[in-house]
Write a protein that binds this ligand. Structure first.
Ligand code: HEC
Length: 216
């Protein structure tokens, strides 16, 4: 056995001793007595071997899951446990995530480049074109509510209302969504549109102008 450390402690032990003696009638009388003795005891901390480690790991794992079940576990402990086990994402999820992140980066670059044009710099005619495409060419309005020229909501309701999309959504996210809604959810019921970058940017900018403040 390999040791990590050893030391000695004084330990008090109690022993029961029997003492026999004769009484004045000549009978044998046995008396039991508790006798305290102090002994010097060696304590050894054993160096764990592989199987001890395994046992400890198992013990720890069981106690931990009891804690989790009972709701006793702290966030920090749980987070540590997760990271020990390789995190909350599976390999598959990690790859998907990395893939998504790259796509985001690509589109963000596109977007930043195009955004330098700016919604404010757009002419009235360009804005009107976007609105026309939103309502007619792509018929987004058949599923989504947006604001008409008077600032009133109008449109279908099979998709979420976009009247406050500019308050809720991030421009980059909208741009990716428009590129391919299936990026976020395989089950998306929204059609995938073939749009060039410029159109997608105009749509994104248009959607970001749909805000509570503009609702009348
Ligand atoms: C056939 C119906 C339909 C059409 C047409 C449609 N969408 Fe959608 N859209 C949806 C649905 C449904 C969702 C909700 C998410 C999902 O299930 O895919 C959605 C989600 C969105 C979202 C995210 C909204 C949010 O609040 O999370 C945006 C932005 C959007 N659509 C923009 C557009 C634009 C721009 C067009 C036109 C180019 C368009 N949609 C055309 C059905 C549609």
């Amino acid at each position: 056995m390999k040791k990590l450390f050893d030391f000695r402690i004084k330990r008090t032990t109690t022993e029961t001793k029997k003492e026999s003696s004769k009484n004045d009638k000549g009978e044998t009388v046995t008396v039991e007595k508790d006798v305290e003795t102090v002994v010097s005891q060696k304590v050894v901390l054993r160096k764990p071997n592989r199987s001890l480690y395994d046992e400890a790991e198992l013990f720890y794992g069981v106690r931990l899951s009891e804690g989790i079940k009972a709701g006793l576990l702290t966030r920090a402990l749980l987070a540590k446990r997760f990271s020990n086990d390789g995190g909350i994402l599976s390999e598959d999820d990690k790859n998907k995530y990395a893939d998504l992140y790259l796509k985001l980066y690509d589109i963000q670059l596109d977007h930043d480049r195009l955004a330098q044009l700016g919604e404010k710099k757009r002419t009235k005619a360009q804005k009107a074109k976007t609105k026309y495409e939103f309502e007619r060419t792509f018929s987004c309005i058949s599923c989504h509510q947006s604001l008409n020229l008077a600032g009133k909501p109008r449109g279908g309701i099979s998709g979420p209302s976009l009247v406050n999309a500019g308050n809720r959504l991030q421009a980059n996210w909208v741009a990716i969504w428009l590129k391919n809604p299936k990026t976020f959810s395989e089950k998306s019921r929204m059609p995938v549109y073939k749009m060039d970058n410029e159109t997608r940017l105009r749509f994104t900018q248009f959607i970001m102008t749909l805000k509570n403040e503009n609702l009348r």
